[in-house]
Design a binder for this molecule. Sequence first.
Ligand SMILES: *Cc1c(COP(=O)(O)O)cnc(C)c1O
Length: 384
Amino acid sequence: MKKWRIPFNRPTLVGAEQANLDEVLSRRKFSGGGHYNAACNSWLRSHLGVSGVLMTTSCTHALEMAALLSDVQPSDEVVLPSYAFSSTATAFARCGARLKFVDCDPQTMNIDTAAVEKAITPRTKVIVALHYAGVSCNMQALQALADRHGLKIVEDAAQALFASYRGQPCGTFGDYGCYSFHETKNLHCGEGGALVLNRKEDVEKAEILLEKGTNRMRFFRGDIAKYEWVGMGSSYVPSELNTAFLLAQLEANETITANRLAHWHHYREALTPLREAGLIELPKPPDDCQHNAHIFWIKLAGKTQRDELITYLKQRGIGATFHYVPLHSTPAGRKYGEFAGEDRYTSRDSDRLLRLPLFFGMADAEVEEVTSHIAGFFEQARRS
Ligand SMILES: *Cc1c(COP(=O)(O)O)cnc(C)c1O
């Protein structure tokens, strides 16, 4: 395959990962529950201002735990955006719940709160808030709905670590918040995740799920004399190698986020003339959302033009890419759920959205190269 001049993503490396990995080798403690797991955990607790965090093997697994802790049953319905990742839906579908996919707000591509309200029935148990591109959902409206109808909120904050809504971190509003440390995310360890627990009574249940159905974590704390199998569970604990790598990135959080934000604003500024000419649309996060520059997207006139631009950029060595295929239109989405309400924006805007290369350590000249090729694409179209 042709090597990219500017790849879509270059996984973040801050340099301090190596020393932490060496430290793991010298400690000879590799399985979960060691020094670095505890260090990541306490770092997240203090920086998010929450008391309950568990490190997990992925955000997918954190979402699965959230669905199990919500006690989602086959008779239940879950309301979630159709513009979402497969894991967001699978976590609940595997509990047998019926999925009610709803429309998005085209400004953010986040779940549309008016559509959520219309989709709520007496069977609804959970609302899923996915903070797309690290821009928060309207948490005030969603919390009001959840309170009024007695529903749980699960936040898919995979992309939203250290993004916030009215000053409060995404992932800390709902009953459960799920983060990803996959290499495509702002901070990563190859594969990893974390689960925020906002209810004290969930902590022990979650520890059992995490530790293969045993009360081993209570045993490690010295609460009990032996540990045994006490319930359902799985193997959701990340190894020390992953958390050691991750701690280096968490500690560099401010540098990473500032760097990504600079590129994000650079893109916006450089592409503003094309927006003013009516050729593209640009993201404009709501004023009460502080985002983390996870994604820079643009919207084209339609799918044909979007796909032509992908090809045009690819021919010039630039990795720009589309994003979610609406879940309600996928084979599994049709099997496990259906669209509730009207699909005004989800299909239309997912077809015309394009994500541009954005990664830590990107050169300003790389941003300029991407934006000048986008301008070139429209120039060529105008001439032909
Ligand atoms: C990346 C991502 C996930 C999955 O995260 P993993 O850690 O790879 O399991 C889930 N939801 C969203 C919105 C994501 O962006």
